[in-house]
Design a binder for this molecule. Structure first.
Ligand code: ADP
Ligand code: MG
Length: 428
């Protein structure tokens, strides 16, 4: 094997190695639940690959002095495709800076070829994550081919770099095949990660189910009794300080009861006596219930509209109400300084979609992916049970939830439910 090939393969190793570190990182973060590992840490790995590739380029005698041949384009292309144009710009500046510091004619080759490649790269990066797996693999491989040919063309035709043809062919092939291999590996890691996340979520849900079924009932009754007696004591109490203490105690008991109710509802979220429920009527009712909370937060609720009688779904009225209450409550709580809540009802074919829009604090994609996970909350007094219960109720009604959210701008929950004419809800 020639030195040229060996050096290129070592370069490839610099890209593979951080990938394995990424896998370790995910395992630590999600399986071992190490929270101080932040999301942005993942950006270190393409940076590391680029640095290593550029510091240890092909060292063969046939390559002209300070015309560096290496595989830095692979982490650059993949980092941009998966990390977005912003991160791509950072990587571009990083590569140009390092290349400038190394010096030589290669800097000018990079200065011309890499920004040109970045134009289609940044355009594709915008849509990349929405593509299918097959499209993603084809896109990254093609862009890598374009990048390699561009670098080769600029080297030969603009700067007259002399290299034997077979070495050019070898370089282009390894660059393109390398991108293909790394894309497939990276996709495998991503799939593993999503399976791992689902597994952790499922395990937590199972624990909650057991807890809900076993202790909630036993705890609820003594709580209700204690609350009743405290209320009686409070009514007769003259001392204002003691009266205040009792009222705090009652509030806390109410909170405990709410939490237990959530657990109970979670354990019994399957509709026991399914009936035809008018979605519009229930939403209107929920908005009525939530009015005091909305007023307190300065949130404008939608005016009563004629949603009634448009769509009927199969389920249990109380549970569907609770599901909407939890979601509307979250929306209102996301707007502590006021805002606007909008609810839309859209009927299409055999489903009805309820959209709950708010102009609140919004969520990051990490937060969206954790919705429905027990105990996931960002609120000081939150329980992290509300969305879990809502999602479970929707699941039993054979519905689907889609969440769109932008940090600082607002959130939209779309709940798609099958209309009543369709199959009866699944009870398992
Ligand atoms: P809790 O309300 O007790 O925190 P939930 O399960 O109802 O628990 O919600 C979990 C988390 O999801 C909330 O703490 C919040 O961070 C986030 N969330 C849910 N709905 C919204 C929303 N409409 N806007 C912003 N964040 C939301
Ligand atoms: Mg909530």
């Amino acid at each position: 094997m020639s030195f040229f090939t060996k050096d290129l393969l070592i370069n490839f190793l610099f890209i593979l190695l951080p990938l394995f570190l990424v896998q370790m990182y995910y395992l630590l973060k999600y399986a071992k639940q190490i929270d101080w590992l932040k999301n942005w840490t993942i950006a270190i790995f393409p940076i590391l690959s680029i640095l290593l590739c550029m510091l240890f380029p092909v060292d063969a005698v046939i390559v002209p002095d300070r015309y560096n041949i290496d595989l830095r384009r692979i982490p650059y292309i993949l980092g941009t495709l998966y990390g977005g144009a912003g991160f791509g710009t950072f990587l571009l500046v990083l590569i140009l800076t390092i290349r400038f510091l190394i010096g030589g004619v290669g800097f000018y080759v990079t200065l011309i070829s890499l920004p040109i490649l970045s134009i289609p790269l940044f355009i594709i990066a915008k849509k990349y994550l929405a593509m299918s797996l097959q499209q993603r693999i084809i896109a990254s491989t093609l862009i890598s081919l374009v990048g390699a040919l561009l670098a080769m063309g600029v080297s030969i035709f603009v700067f007259d770099i002399a290299l034997p043809t077979f070495l050019w062919i070898e370089f282009v092939c390894l660059d393109v095949i390398g991108t293909l291999v790394i894309t497939v590996l990276w996709e495998a890691i991503r799939t593993n990660l999503s399976i791992l996340k689902r597994l952790v979520k499922a395990e937590k849900l199972e624990v909650v189910s057991h807890l809900a079924a076993s202790i909630s009932h036993e705890v609820r009754n003594p709580l209700t009794a204690s609350r009743g007696f405290m209320q009686m004591l409070g009514e007769d109490e003259q001392n204002p300080i003691k009266k205040r203490y009792l009222s705090i105690a009652i509030d806390e008991l109410d909170r405990a009861k709410d939490i237990i109710d959530d657990y109970l509802l979670f354990a019994n979220s399957a509709p026991e006596r399914p009936e035809q429920v008018d979605v519009g009527v229930e939403i209107q009712h929920v908005l009525q219930i939530m009015k005091p909370l909305a007023n307190m937060n300065g949130v404008v609720l939608p005016p009563p509209s004629l949603l009634h009688g448009q769509a009927k779904v199969c389920g249990e009225r109380k549970k569907l109400q609770q599901c909407f209450i939890n979601l509307v409550k979250n929306s209102i709580e996301a707007m502590p300084n006021g805002g606007k809540l909008e609810v839309k009802l859209k009927k299409s074919g055999e489903t009805v979609t309820v959209e709950i829009h708010d102009t609140g604090c919004g969520m990051t994609s990490e937060q969206i992916s954790r919705l429905g996970e027990p105990y996931f909350t960002t609120k000081e007094k939150g329980t992290g049970l509300g969305t879990m219960v809502s999602f479970r109720i929707i699941h039993y009604m054979q519905g689907k939830v889609h969440v769109k959210s932008e940090k600082g701008k607002g959130t939209c929950f779309s709940i798609e439910l099958p209309l009543c004419t369709k199959t009866a809800p699944k009870i398992d």
